[in-house]
Write a protein that binds this ligand. Structure first.
Ligand code: FES
Length: 494
């Protein structure tokens, strides 16, 4: 197959493994994992074996130690990003974290008889600029392949630990969401979750945002490293997610009609508002897993890999934003300003259809984020706030991959429904589940990276009929307030 250029070789020296997503012009996705096995000592050595740009002529020994394979294990679909690598006498093997099957990185062969799909890699100097670039064979069954994601896989989780909260005046402390309010362990002592479904529902029912972040990290780590008994979505006893994830009391008290949230745009208000959205976004990622996994038993494991990655990203964003907020405005920590829950309004509207959920949450709301983030970044830049700019740039790059996941699984659902045209299906879903125009101006470039070409969204208007309040449909906050006290979770046994 025609190879695709992945990156200059030097860009791959920062990490030893990378996650790649390719999309064909027909809309097919493939996720691959690239292992760069060169020992760090060789990368940084100052002797003749060190890599030096422009003099290798394609012959550096490090070039032969790059391997690429499909990221889903051919046994039951585990994400191989966290596979162990073992060097044997004549082969190098990746050991799947779920059931420890081995796969030869060169041939894909396993002693079990299964075979993983591997892709040829070549490093050669670019004929125009002479820079050594890495090319990877493309998958069969598609044309016009494009690299839509190249993400280092960190062996350590990139999510920074929450910073200790600065001392607060007593009156502010009473208002804020404080870490001191956590009196539950990350892993419940009684009836700890054993499946991904159980973790998802536990996290959705966790009102404290710091604990929600900690549990998200724990669950994703257990899932990726094969320490969960199963995903659990095929079990008749899979737990049900709550209609509205509970919030802490002060947070629910501060939750108001979106029209009443002040339009004042100082940096602290912006950071607080963005952190609120991220807290809902963590729940949305777990909700799509818990709500639609059981109703779609044929959904492949890659679906869960994508949405657990999304949950982890959103928790990282939440921590970055709340840490930044406490740095620049210690008197207004997270939880002290009015917030809204309008994102969950769309979650409720789409709670019975995966196709509709992917369209409205991931391809309308999240794609809108791609449009507005550059403006937000610019405002922070103009205010001279370089740290917040960095935070927003991390968030924006991740959000492109989230819209990509939305497009990938929306396209998958359309295929399952008999090769329905994704563009027409999306436009139908928006007309049914959205009110008013799908607003621009659009970030055409970043939407395009995520697979959202113009024909998806241009000239599109939602026709969802709901009573209007201040130009928006009303969100009944009573269930949220009632849910505040719902902290304990009981699981049905498998
Ligand atoms: S060995 Fe990989 S999923 Fe079972």
């Amino acid at each position: 197959m025609e190879p695709i250029m992945i990156a200059p070789f030097t860009s791959l020296l920062s990490h030893s493994r990378f996650f790649l997503t390719l999309r064909s012009q027909e809309g097919t996705y493939h996720s691959l994992i690239l292992f760069r096995l060169t020992p760090e000592s060789l990368v940084s050595a100052k002797d003749g074996s060190t890599y030096t740009e422009g003099v290798s002529n394609g012959t550096n020994p490090m070039f032969n130690q790059i391997y690429v394979m499909e990221s889903s294990c051919p046994h039951l679909g585990a994400d191989l990003s966290h596979a162990d690598i073992e060097e044997c006498e004549s082969s190098i093997i990746a050991v799947c974290p779920w059931h420890r099957y081995d796969f030869d990185l060169r041939t894909g062969k396993s002693e079990t008889g299964l075979r993983a799909c591997t892709y040829a890699v070549e490093v050669k100097p670019d004929p125009i600029d002479g820079i050594d670039k890495v090319y990877v064979e493309t998958p069969a069954g598609g044309t016009g392949w494009r690299l839509v994601e190249l993400r280092p896989v960190s062996e350590e989780f990139a999510d920074p630990p929450p910073r200790p909260a600065p001392p607060l005046l007593p009156v502010i402390a009473a208002l804020a969401v404080s870490e001191s309010t956590i009196d539950e362990p990350v892993v419940p002592i009684h009836n700890p979750p054993t499946t991904l479904m159980q973790w998802a529902v536990l996290i959705l029912n966790t009102p404290n945002p710091t604990l929600k972040v900690q549990r998200t990290r724990e669950a994703v780590n257990l899932f990726r490293t094969g320490k969960l008994a199963s995903i659990g979505h095929k079990s008749p006893n899979a737990p049900r997610p709550p209609d509205i994830p509970p919030r802490e009391e002060n947070f629910a008290r501060n939750t108001v009609d979106p029209a009443k949230v002040k339009n004042r745009k100082n940096r602290a208000v912006m950071l607080h508002a963005l952190a609120n959205i991220e807290q809902w976004a963590i729940d949305l990622a777990w909700d799509i897993i818990a709500r639609f996994g059981p109703s779609h038993p044929n959904v492949p494991p890659a679906f869960f890999s994508d949405f657990t990655k999304m949950a982890l990203d959103e928790s990282k964003h939440f921590t970055l934003l709340t840490s930044r907020l406490s740095d620049i405005s210690p008197s207004t920590p997270y939880g002290t300003m009015p917030v809204h829950a309008s994102l969950w309004e769309s979650a409720s509207v789409t709670s019975t259809s995966l196709r509709s959920r992917l369209a409205i949450i991931h391809l309308v709301h999240e794609a809108r984020g791609l449009d507005v983030n550059p403006g937000t970044i610019e405002r922070f830049r103009k205010a001279g706030d370089a740290e917040s700019v960095k935070v927003m740039e991390v968030i924006h790059a991740d959000e492109v991959t989230h819209v990509t996941s939305g497009h990938r699984w929306f396209t998958w659902v359309c295929e399952q429904e008999g090769n329905v045209d994704p563009v027409q299906a999306f436009r139908e879903e928006v007309r049914r589940g959205w009110r008013g125009d799908v607003k621009g101006p659009f970030n055409v470039e970043d939407r395009g990276k995520a697979g959202m070409t113009r024909e998806f969204y241009e000239g599109l208007k939602g026709e969802m009929g709901m009573p209007q309040v201040n130009g928006r449909g009303p969100l009944d906050m009573k269930p949220l307030q009632d849910a505040v006290a719902s902290v304990g979770v009981e699981y049905e046994t498998q």
